[in-house]
Design a binder for this molecule. Structure first.
Ligand SMILES: [Zn+2]
Ligand SMILES: [Zn+2]
Length: 292
């Protein structure tokens, strides 16, 4: 019986990992990484992750979520001369199936440039306060804030370009008096006497998001601990899925997932695992022959 923890820890023994973050994400990430992987964590106090894109739209993000995380991680490794990095990246947007339900997807990525490997953890949840509104009075603004988990969760006030000569963005508002002061400042300058208010999604202003980053970190650890059955390399993971789970009524294959294909990044060994959702057949109600 192999000791998984020993195998993982020997990969990272005596090495320091830079956490490419500046919004206190290390509070969610570091304790798990240190405990589970035995990695020494280095948190730079001058890493400007905003250079790689922000949520409030003032700086555009580079590439997709994975590219963005990779970009941050590699940037930080170069900057602080480390061979290990952890970076994270979140997105917020409407659910792809349920309208008006916002979804937060967090990824946490570990890159090892010495061994040329990369692992990712993912957590997707509808547990998010992601929201925005246009308001005309302080009462409306305060009501929006309270609904969004204020003051534990921060608020952002904006006046857009179309309503003002020089756009206003005030982030990280966490006090009622502050909200009132900034609201009055902004509304005075707005041509239409309305302002834009939104939830601050930066991790340190958003405990709900912080929890999801923690979940993605745990997923990263879980993925790492999946060792290749042949060579014990970490990250033995799903690289493809095959549809064709049979219908219980007619027996024909359906569009539901039949099996996952796992593959090792080091030796190339691959395995198929059937019934990933612990279901061996599909209800005829969900079959396109039985229920067209
Ligand atoms: Zn059927
Ligand atoms: Zn292998």
């Amino acid at each position: 019986m192999v000791n998984k923890k020993q195998i993982i820890k020997s990969l990272f023994k005596d090495r320091e990992c830079v956490i490419a973050t500046m919004h206190k994400k290390e509070e969610a990430i570091a304790p798990i990484i240190e405990k589970e992987l035995g990695i020494k964590v280095f948190v730079p106090n001058d890493f400007d992750s905003d250079k790689f894109g922000t949520f409030t739209g003032d700086i555009e993000r580079m590439g997709d979520q994975y590219e963005a995380a990779r970009h941050k991680g590699k940037g930080a490794m170069k900057l602080y001369k480390k061979t290990l990095s952890i970076s994270s990246e979140g997105t917020f947007g409407p659910h792809h199936e349920v309208f008006f339900v916002p979804v937060n997807k967090e990824i946490v990525m570990l890159i090892d440039s010495e061994k040329d490997i990369e692992f990712t953890g993912v957590s997707i949840t509808t547990e998010t306060n992601f929201s925005h509104a246009t308001v005309k009075s302080f009462e409306e603004a305060y009501e929006f804030a309270l609904k969004s988990g204020f003051p534990e969760h921060g608020i952002v006030i904006k006046v857009e370009k179309s309503l003002i000569r020089k756009p206003i963005i005030i982030k990280g508002i966490t006090k009622k008096e502050e909200l009132k002061r900034e609201f009055e400042f902004a509304i005075k300058k707005s041509r239409k006497k309305e302002i834009y208010i939104e939830t601050d999604m930066r991790a340190l202003y958003n405990p709900t998001r912080m929890k999801n980053i923690e979940a993605a970190t745990k997923d990263l650890v879980k993925n790492l601990f999946n060792l290749c059955p042949k060579c014990n390399w970490p990250g033995f993971g799903v690289i493809d899925r095959k549809k064709g789970l049979p219908c219980r009524g007619c027996g024909f294959p359906t569009n539901h997932i039949l099996l996952d294909i796992y593959s090792c990044k080091k030796c190339g060994h691959s395995e198929e695992k059937k019934y990933p959702n612990n279901k061996e057949s599909v209800d005829p109600g969900e079959c396109s022959y039985c229920n067209p």
